[in-house]
Write a protein that binds this ligand. Structure first.
Ligand SMILES: Nc1ncnc2c1ncn2[C@@H]1O[C@H](COP(=O)(O)OP(=O)(O)O)[C@@H](O)[C@H]1O
Ligand SMILES: N[C@@H](CC(=O)OP(=O)(O)O)C(=O)O
Length: 380
């Protein structure tokens, strides 16, 4: 396959329908400026949509099968991909969109966090021969039984990296609403600074701690295939790159994660069992440094996969839901602390950040609350 650019636009890029037209204009300019260039553009659902879809299905049946959940959530990205296809085609660019059903991304049946088993490029290669832009609905695949599966929440980055390795791309561009990977979430700590370059390992750790800016498995996949990740923001009709993820280079980042489940256990063997169980379930267990107890944190995954664990080892564990976790990454080393309230976690994170990046006399930019699309209510 010819050299093809892979670009992923997160849900934060789509707050209004007009945003599809802006990105389509950018793509049309790329195609016209570089004749013969091809673009695979992965999109997420409009910001806020996936959460609304989840609320909707939960309100219809809180015990709906995971297969039904995945089929419901995937529609957010499917619609988004069609919107961008429409906006791009309208500008006279040869464009089509693909989703779980025709993309060729085959997965196992672990709904909610499915693993890719094979990427069949037959259809995408055929479409690339006739189109200059292919828009792909992120975060989804299809199981052997032809059911739609989701790779995980916020996993569109992973789709982009899976595509990048499948087509042999050397780099992959991830577009979000922040100036790259920063020393902390700027919406929580406005004094956060952009990190210009960071290594795969450090970044994978930061993402696994719950920093939403990138999906952990996407970073590990990039490392495995040596694909450089370029993190940028769409500004004034073009993508400005702020952070490059590749070779290891020292960086310090403070991560605050909410909705964390903490599993506490007394014995080493119970601890090892729980750890193994979570890994087997394709989740990312995190060890908390606590001299008194052995604790594992579980961030942003599918809480229901813990149900069986609770049944199996119910006497061995105490489980706390909705905790907060602060992870301080200094290069490859990480220190984690858990908190009961958001305020306490942010205060701790702020102190840790200050010790890493003293902000005296530094100008602190303003970060208002993160925007969600008002249009996400059209879906339900
Ligand atoms: N270290 C960090 N650097 C930058 N952004 C971060 C960091 N930690 C968390 N974030 C959050 O990640 C968000 C980007 O991820 P997300 O909301 O999923 O955007 P997208 O929809 O573009 O994928 C930022 O808006 C910011 O709130
Ligand atoms: N919108 C989906 C998938 C996704 O990847 O979102 P984003 O790229 O906006 O983080 C979710 O919330 O799970």
């Amino acid at each position: 396959m010819d050299a093809t650019s892979i670009i992923k636009f997160g849900g934060s890029s789509f707050l209004n329908f007009h945003d599809y037209s802006k990105i389509a204009l950018f793509l049309s300019e790329c195609v016209r400026s570089y004749p013969g260039s091809k673009y695979i553009v992965v999109v997420s659902a409009m910001s806020g949509t996936t959460g609304r879809l989840k609320e909707a299905i939960d309100s219809i049946d809180p015990n709906a099968p995971k297969r039904v959940h995945d089929g419901t959530l995937a529609t957010g990205e499917i619609i988004s991909a069609h919107f961008l296809e429409a906006a791009t085609s309208r500008l006279g660019i040869r464009c089509c969109s693909l989703n779980a059903l025709n993309l060729g991304l085959k997965t196992n049946s672990e709904f909610g966090s499915a693993a890719c088993t094979e990427f069949d490029l037959t259809n995408i290669s055929r479409k690339l021969a006739y189109n200059d832009v292919i828009v792909v609905a992120g975060g989804q695949g299809v199981s052997e039984e032809q059911s739609i599966t989701m790779l995980g929440r916020n996993s569109s980055d992973y789709t982009a990296l899976l595509l990048a390795s499948a087509v042999g791309a050397t780099h992959c561009t991830i577009v979000s609403d922040v100036p790259g990977v920063m020393s902390a979430d700027p919406y929580l700590l406005p004094q956060a600074r952009t990190i210009k370059s960071i290594g795969f390992r450090t970044m994978a750790g930061v993402a696994e701690s719950g920093a939403k800016v990138l999906y952990g498995k996407a970073v590990s996949h990039a490392e495995k295939f040596g694909i450089e990740i370029r993190c940028g923001r769409f500004e004034n009709g073009e993508i400005n790159i702020y952070t490059t993820i590749g070779k290891e280079s020292p960086a310090s980042i403070v991560v605050v994660s909410k909705a964390v489940t903490i599993i506490s256990t007394e014995s080493k063997s119970d601890f090892d069992n729980a750890f193994e169980w979570l890994e087997l379930k394709n989740q990312s267990p995190l060890i908390i440094d606590n001299k008194k107890k052995r604790e594992i944190a579980f961030v942003g995954g599918d809480r229901s996969s813990l149900g069986k664990l609770e049944l199996l080892f119910k006497d061995a564990y105490s489980i706390t839901d909705n905790a907060y976790l602060v992870s301080e990454h200094i290069g490859l080393s990480v220190i984690r602390s858990s908190f009961a309230s958001h305020e306490a976690a942010v205060q701790h994170a702020s102190l840790r950040h200050e010790s890493l990046y003293p902000s005296a006399n530094a100008e602190v930019p303003e970060w208002t609350e993160k925007a969600r699309s008002e249009k996400s209510n059209i879906f339900i």
